[in-house]
Each structure stands twice: as C-alpha cells, then as structure tokens.
Design a protein around this ligand. Sequence first.
Ligand code: DC
Length: 228
Amino acid sequence: MKSIQIAIDGPSGAGKSTMAKLVSQKLGIMYLDTGAMYRALALKAIRQNIDTNDSEKVSELLSDFNISIKYENGSQKVILNGEDVSDKIRTDEVSMGASNVSAIPAVRKRLVELQQKMASNTSVVMDGRDIGTHVLPKADVKIFLTASVAQRALRRYNEQKDKGILKKSLEEIEKEIEIRDYNDSHRAASPLKQADDAVLLDTSNYTIEESVEKILEIIRSKGLPNAL
Ligand code: DC
C-alpha cells in the first residue's frame, strides 16, 4: 500500500503532539515529534553552558549529536547519544533554548534532512512548525493546528498543575507563549507559517477527542486508502 504522510504544524501549546500521537495510533502509523529533536540539541547546549543563541558553538555540537526516537509501550522515548532524555527536554529552560537553536540555519538543515530520512518509505504523522512548508512539502494531508493564546496558556497551566510542577502564574505562562510565538514566526530560517495547501483547524473550543475527530475527518476527506 502507498505510504501516507500527514503534516501537522502550528504554534506552541496548540496540542499538536497530543493530537498527532492519537491520530497516528488510530491510523496505526508512525508518529514523529520533530520539536523533540530541537529540544534535545538545546539540552546538549545548556549542559555544556553554551548560549543557545550562539550559532557557531551550537552548530559545532552537531558533529556529536546522535538522536533517535523510540516507542516503548506506546510512549515516546527520545534518545540523545544513548541517553534517555525524554523528561529532561520538557523544562521551560529547554523550551526557550529549543526556540533559539531552531532559528540557526545549520541546525535546521541537519534536522530537516534527518526528519526526511526518517519519513522516507513509511507512513507517518509528523508534527512541528515547518513540516508542510519544508520537511514534507508533498505531504498527503497538511493541517495547521492553532488555538487562542489564552486557551493554550490555560492548557499548559492545568497540565503543569496536574503534574505538580507548576511554578508560574497563568499570566507568566501566557507571556512566555507570546514570546515563543513571536520568535518562531519571525525568525529568518523557515518561520512558522501555514502552508498554502494546509487546512486550518482552531481547537480553542474543542476537547482533545473532538479535535482528533476533526483531524480524522480532514484525512478521510482526502480519500486516503488506509485512513479509516
Ligand atoms: O513543538 P515543540 O514546542 O516541542 O518545539 C520546540 C521548539 O522547536 C519550538 O520553539 C519551535 C522549534 N521547532 C521548529 O522550529 N521546527 C520544528 N519542526 C519543530 C519545532
């Protein structure tokens, strides 16, 4: 059967990874979280006290950057040079660092090549910022997932509260999301932008289940053979 490629892009906190993962499970195909790759590189820089905005020093790290993404019992494991860093890449410090390293052209070039290689000859749901525009420009389905800043901040606030790791006010979280949105959409290298042929889906007023159903509807509407 022909492999299918589904690209899900959008700003931070729109629920891309939650939705992409669930959609990949429903379709029984691979899920690739490209943000995790930028996060792993940011973690490597932070650990070596390298400023994540220092393009020269961060680019040098690429010579010893081996990243793989595995699945164990349905959960994603991000392996950086043999170490499981799945949890360590989810801190606020790494989030900001990832936004910085992702603006460096040499970093994007290397990670995009890697992502394209990972998606070749296999069906995949890939989420990120530039999947529909650069990584998989010929993807069968492109979705631009978004939600209001207030909704995204509230979701992050509740998520951190539930995990017992809440350290910031809702206003502070909202501010950080605004800064990351600005950085991600104003950088020179592949800024966050909806692909011309992507379907816009605003999930502000939908639950996770409703959003997943909307995405499946979009996929079905493309008439893909194994999308039911
Ligand atoms: O999706 P995320 O929050 O895990 O992504 C972390 C950072 O990486 C985010 O600031 C944007 C950047 N990123 C990117 O530039 N391109 C991608 N394909 C994925 C993420």
